[in-house]
Design a binder for this molecule. Structure first.
Ligand code: PMP
Ligand code: GLU
Length: 399
C-alpha cells in the first residue's frame, strides 16, 4: 500500500518516548520524563510580546519563502556577533525548525546511493532523513574514552567515492560532547581534500558548558564554501513549539533549499518569524540564565547517575543530555509479573526504568549505541533528584 521508503522508516523515538510519557500521565500514572530534549522554561515574555504585536499589525499572511528580510538580517547579525561569520541575507534560509532545515539540505544535496557520514552516537533524525531521499547513512563511531570526541581518522577511513557530506553536531545530541578544535580542524581539512559538504548542526551552541563552541565555517573561506551552518530558536530561547530553524551557507545551496521549501511548506509561520527577530536581536540575558540553570542540573544528574550501581557516565560538556553507559546491567534479572526478563539491551533497560521506576528515558540503540540510554535534564532539580531516587530503588530490586 505504501511507498518502499516507508519499509525502513523508523518514526522519531525521542518524540515517541515523550508521547508515551504524556499518555501515561493522562491515565494518572506519575511518570517522570527524561525523554524529549525540550527546555522546561517558558518562552521569554519579550518574544511572546513580539508575536502578539505582529498579529495586531496584521502580519499574518504568506511571507517570502525563505523568511522575512528582517529575520534573515537578524540571523546574519547573530552569526556575526556570536560566531564571527559574515553572511548576507541572501545566504540565509529560515525553515519550520532545524529539523526541516536539515531535511531541505539532504533533499538538495544527496542523490540516491550517495553516502552521508554520521558520527555515532547521533541524533535519531539524521540517518532517517538521509534514507528518505535514497541516500546511505554511514555510521562512524566516536569513542566513550575520548568523551565521544569527533574521530577524524575513522571519518577519513570511511570516505568513499560516493561520500557527499559529513554531519557534524556539536554540542552533541545525545552524548553532550563538545568537539575539540583539533578534531574539527582535521575534519574540515578532510572535507576540503575530498571535496565533501559539511553540515554543522549548532542547535545547542548556547548550551556549551565546558570547552568552547567553534563554528566549522569559521575555519576560513575554503571551509566556509562547503559548510552549511544550521541553528534553531528552539533550545536557546525555549521556543520548541514555535518551529523556527535557520541555515546559512553558500548561496547556490541556500537557493536550492529555498526552492525545495517553496514546493513543500512555503514560509514558516509569519508570527513565529517576528518572534524570532526579537529572540535573536533583543537582549540575550535570559539565554545565559537558562544555560546557567542547565549547567547546575548537568552536575546534579551526572553525580546522581554515577552513584547508581551498574551505571557510568561521561560528563557531558554541552546540550542538555546525559548518556550513561548501562551495559553493566545486562545479564541482571528483572522479575516482572509476566515472567522474568534478563536485561540484554538498552530497550530492556528503558522498559525496566519505565515500568519499575516510572521514569522515561530514550534507549541508546536509536542513537546508534545499545550500551547507553539518554536522559534529557531539561527538567527541574526536584524531578531529577526524585527520578534518580526511583531508579536507584528499582535497581536494588534487580536479581
Ligand atoms: N538538531 C539536533 C541535534 C536536535 O537535537 C534537534 C531537536 N531538537 C534539532 C536539530 C531540531 O530542532 P528544531 O526542529 O526544534 O529546531
Ligand atoms: N531534538 C529533541 C530530542 O532529541 C526533540 C525531539 C526531536 O526533535 O527529535 O529529544
Amino acid at each position: 500500500m505504501l511507498a518502499d521508503r516507508l519499509k525502513t522508516l523508523a518514526p522519531s523515538s525521542t518524540l515517541a518516548v515523550q508521547a508515551k510519557a504524556k499518555e501515561l500521565r493522562a491515565r494518572g500514572v506519575d511518570v517522570i520524563s527524561f525523554g524529549a530534549g525540550e527546555p522546561d522554561f517558558d518562552t521569554p515574555q519579550r518574544i511572546k510580546d513580539a508575536a502578539i504585536q505582529a498579529m495586531q499589525r496584521g502580519q499574518t499572511k504568506y511571507t517570502e519563502v525563505g523568511g522575512i528580510p528582517e529575520l534573515r538580517a537578524a540571523v546574519c547579525a547573530k552569526l556575526r556577533r556570536d560566531n564571527g561569520l559574515d553572511y548576507e541575507p541572501a545566504d540565509v534560509l529560515v525553515s519550520v525548525g532545524a529539523k526541516h532545515t536539515l531535511f531541505n539540505a539532504v533533499v538538495a544535496l544527496v542523490n540516491p546511493g550517495d553516502e552521508v557520514l554520521v558520527p555515532s552516537p547521533f541524533w535519531v533524525s539524521y540517518p532517517e532523513q538521509v534514507r528518505l531521499v535514497g541516500g546511505v547513512p554511514v555510521e562512524v563511531e566516536t569513542r566513550e574514552e575520548t568523551g565521544f570526541d569527533l574521530d577524524p581518522e575513522r571519518l577519513r577511513a570511511a570516505v568513499t567515492a560516493r561520500t557527499r557530506l559529513i554531519v557534524v553536531n556539536s554540542p552533541n545530541n545525545p552524548t553532550g560532547a563538545v568537539f575539540s578544535r583539533p578534531a574539527l580542524e582535521a575534519v574540515a581539512a578532510l572535507a576540503v581534500e575530498r571535496n565533501l559538504w559539511l553540515v554543522a548542526d549548532e542547535c545547542y551552541e548556547s548550551l556549551t558548558f565546558e570547552g568552547r563552541h567553534v563554528s566549522l565555517a569559521a575555519f576560513g573561506d575554503e571551509v566556509k564554501a562547503r559548510t552549511l551552518v544550521v541553528n534553531t530558536c528552539s533550545k536557546a530561547y525555549a521556543m520548541t513549539g514555535w518551529r523556527i530553524g535557520y541555515a546559512a551557507g553558500p548561496r547556490p545551496l541556500i537557493r536550492a533549499m529555498t526552492d525545495v521549501q517553496s514546493q513543500v511548506t512555503s514560509n514558516p509561520s509569519s508570527i513565529a518569524q517576528w518572534a524570532a527577530v526579537e529572540a535573536l536581536s533583543g537582549p540575550q540575558d535570559e539565554v545565559a540564565k537558562m544555560a546557567g540553570d542547565f549547567d547546575r542540573r548537568r552536575r546534579l544528574i551526572v553525580a546522581g547517575l554515577t552513584a547508581l550501581p551498574g551505571v557510568r557516565c561521561v560528563t557531558p560538556k554541552g546540550a542538555f543530555y546525559a548518556f550513561p553507559n548501562v551495559s553493566a546491567l545486562f545479564g541482571r534479572v528483572w522479575r516482572r509479573a509476566e515472567g522474568a526478563v534478563t536485561l540484554a539491551s538498552s530497550l530492556d533497560v528503558a522498559a525496566f526504568f519505565l515500568e519499575e521506576a516510572r521514569v522515561a528515558v530514550v534507549p541508546g540503540r536509536d542513537f546508534g549505541s545499545d550500551a547507553h540510554v539518554r536522559l534529557s535534564y531539561a527538567t527541574s532539580d526536584a524531578l531529577i533528584t526524585e527520578g534518580l531516587r526511583r531508579v536507584g530503588e528499582a535497581l536494588a530490586r534487580l536479581g
